[in-house]
Design a binder for this molecule. Structure first.
Ligand code: ZN
Length: 161
């Protein structure tokens, strides 16, 4: 069996910043990541690389920012009045806040507070970074009709509901 649309895949990974080599995350000390292929569950560059792979395959790939968590965009940085943060306990740099937008809820981080002006950044924390992944494919199975319907994998490593 090879990885393709409507397959559920488990894989181990280590991800590093391609430029600094700093390791950012790894599944090696815990459970592999489980996802539904072809459903935009993982970053597009990695999903494309996994396509056609088999259990036991190991590879390393560097994915440009645009195909990872996106380019850093100044348009996603805004200054908003502090009155917009009603109900937020702590308004200081480093605090994550959620905002409802036309595209659904998005997470933003407060990067600056200047009087009653608050700067928030909606870029992904890894936006603008090229990432190097070391991947090993652990398991491939057919997705259930329910998983395909939901657009994600169920069970260990997937959605529990
Ligand atoms: Zn589900």
């Amino acid at each position: 069996m090879t990885i393709g649309k409507h397959k559920v895949v488990e894989f181990h990974y280590t991800v590093s910043d391609a430029a600094t080599k700093e390791q950012l995350d790894s599944s090696k000390d815990s459970e592999p990541l489980t996802y539904l292929h072809g459903a935009n569950n993982i970053i597009p560059g990695l999903e494309a690389e996994l396509d056609g792979k088999s259990v036991g395959d190991e590879f390393e790939v560097t994915i440009a920012a645009a195909d990872a968590h996106g380019e850093y965009s100044d348009d996603r940085v805004q200054v908003v009045p502090i009155s917009a943060f009603e109900g937020v306990e702590k308004i200081e740099p480093g605090v994550m806040v959620a905002a409802e937008t036309e595209q659904g809820a998005i997470e933003m981080i407060i990067t600056d507070v200047n009087g009653d002006q608050v700067t928030v950044d909606a870029n992904h924390p890894l936006a603008g970074r090229s990432l190097t992944f070391q991947v090993s494919v652990e398991l491939i199975r057919d997705a259930s009709a329910e998983e395909i319907d939901h657009g994600h994998a169920h069970g260990p490593g997937g959605h529990q509901h």
